[in-house]
Design a protein around this ligand. Structure first.
Ligand code: SF4
Length: 474
């Protein structure tokens, strides 16, 4: 089984989506319930959305607010900084992940702290904060239950809202038995949750510093909001002497009144709940506490300057695009080999490192379902398509795929070649089927190849149309 530092059945060792998806697909039962569970959440999202007559209006307003934020990001960030400082919060700026990690560590080391509790923050995953702090001898305890499970298993989250959605309860039972000393064979979710609560409470009580993410930061007031379903962010912060909040610069919203729009959209899109259980506002440190906020760029400014891809910065990390994506549901989050998986991860990751993440925009059917559910109306599938073009133009697509695309372009742009290729394909399927049905053909691996028809649709149409015309004339 798994260990906090060792190997586990879900570990990812390379960075090729198709290969990692193939690994996930070996366990067919897991793939099936992973698919069904996420589709169940997608349906819950639909029901929650339909209960609000003004849902589409809300999406449009949220999209417009975010467009405004992106066009005036500097102004809102500076306004937020000024108000937050007036509230007694220390504001830090980090240009990249490395600087972010150093700022966090400096605060820790100045206070002589070597253990922290941390609630869910995709930004800290993006910056690999846990790994960095581990090299400095700092113990980080992730306090979101799903995150703690994957942390004990020594792996990253596979979903931004449901970090351990790929784990079965029996596997969690065994993991807890190994790490928390629960009785072997007990996989009752209620029992395991109670065991996790006792385990985490000890860490909450003994930690002097709490790290949280930020869902929304309000420029007008200098406050920020953290949404959780478990209350773990609140407990960590209320018991700690120091609170560090880590935030991507795109999380800013202009006014407090805008929170109503986003909070209504976020929980419904994420899990189908009317509201996240805890939407906690942090405005100033309580007496005796110090509060820091780290505003992180890490490639966001560059994205802002790219008209084709800047709207990806509107994301509020609800995960709806993952739950609906037929590729994500059947390939698992780790196949994306980036902190943020699914369709949104596939358009964010190449912006950070085109070469490393060149495979991700191709991990999509371009069905557009992600765009349809996105609460802030990001044109996700258009960006996936656009990234494919950019990656190809920049030479990040393999020779075989490039040649295939060029070959297909030649076939589809000439009627004669198209006709010839069709006849050749039908002939091969009929007389030499093994030339297509072999293990080197990735398409064939999981599909039955069709029986070759006797004629093309074009030939059939010509013949039948002629007969029909003759019949009408007679
Ligand atoms: S891209 Fe849209 S649907 Fe996907 S996580 Fe972000 S806000 Fe949610």
């Amino acid at each position: 089984m798994t260990t906090a530092t060792g190997t586990n059945p879900h570990s990812t060792s390379n960075s090729d989506h198709a290969a990692l998806a193939g690994k996930f697909n070996k366990d067919e039962l897991r793939v099936d319930w992973h698919d069904k569970t996420l589709w169940f959440i997608r349906k819950k999202r639909d029901k929650a959305a339909w209960q609000i007559p003004e849902w589409e209006e809300l999406r449009e307003i949220a999209s417009q607010i975010k467009n405004n934020v992106l066009s005036n990001l500097r102004t809102y960030l500076l306004e937020f900084e000024e108000k937050a400082q007036k509230n007694g919060i220390t504001v830090h700026w980090a240009s990249d992940a490395e600087e972010h990690n150093k700022i966090v560590y400096d605060i820790l080391s100045r206070a002589g702290i070597n253990k922290v509790v941390k609630s869910k923050s995709m930004l800290t995953e993006e910056c690999h904060l846990n790994e960095y702090l581990a090299t400095k001898g700092v113990e980080v305890i992730d306090t979101d239950l799903g995150e703690r499970i994957v942390q004990l298993a020594g792996e990253p989250p596979s979903h931004i809202v449901l970090p351990c959605i790929h784990w079965k309860k029996e596997e969690i039972g065994q993991l807890f038995s190994e790490h928390l000393g629960t009785p072997e064979g007990n996989s009752d979710p209620q029992f395991l949750t109670a065991a996790a609560r006792i385990h985490l409470r000890q860490h909450f009580m003994s930690s002097k510093l709490a790290i949280t993410g930020v869902n929304f930061a309000v420029a007008e007031t200098g406050e920020f909001v953290v949404c959780t379903n478990e209350g773990n962010a609140d407990l960590g912060v209320q018991l700690a002497d120091i609170h560090i909040a880590c935030m991507g610069i795109e999380k800013i919203i202009p006014k407090r009144k805008h929170l109503g729009v986003f909070l209504r959209l976020l929980a419904r899109s994420a899990t189908g709940q009317p509201i996240t259980t805890y939407s906690s506002h942090f405005r100033r440190p309580r007496k005796g506490q110090t509060m820091h906020i780290v505003l992180v760029d890490n490639g966001r400014s560059e994205r802002l300057g790219s008209p084709d891809f800047r709207s990806a910065l509107k994301c509020i990390r609800c995960g709806a695009c993952m739950n609906t994506c037929p590729v994500y549901r059947r390939s698992g989050g780790h196949s994306y080999h980036y902190a943020i998986a699914g369709p949104i991860g596939a358009i964010l990751a190449p912006g950070l490192d085109m070469k490393k993440h060149a495979d991700l925009p191709f991990a999509s059917t371009l069905c557009g379902s992600c765009t349809n559910v996105c609460p802030v109306k990001i044109d996700i599938h258009d960006q996936l398509y656009r990234w494919r073009q950019v990656l190809t133009q920049n030479g990040h697509v393999g020779f075989l795929k490039q040649s295939g695309i060029k070959g297909m372009a030649a076939v589809l742009s000439s009627y004669k070649i198209y006709q010839f290729a069709g006849s050749a394909g039908r002939w091969l399927l009929k007389y030499l089927p093994f030339s297509v049905n072999n293990r080197f053909n990735a398409w064939y691996k999981q599909r039955e190849m069709p029986k070759a028809p006797d004629q093309s649709f074009g030939d059939w149409y010509k013949g039948n149309r002629k007969k029909k015309v003759e019949k009408i004339e007679n």
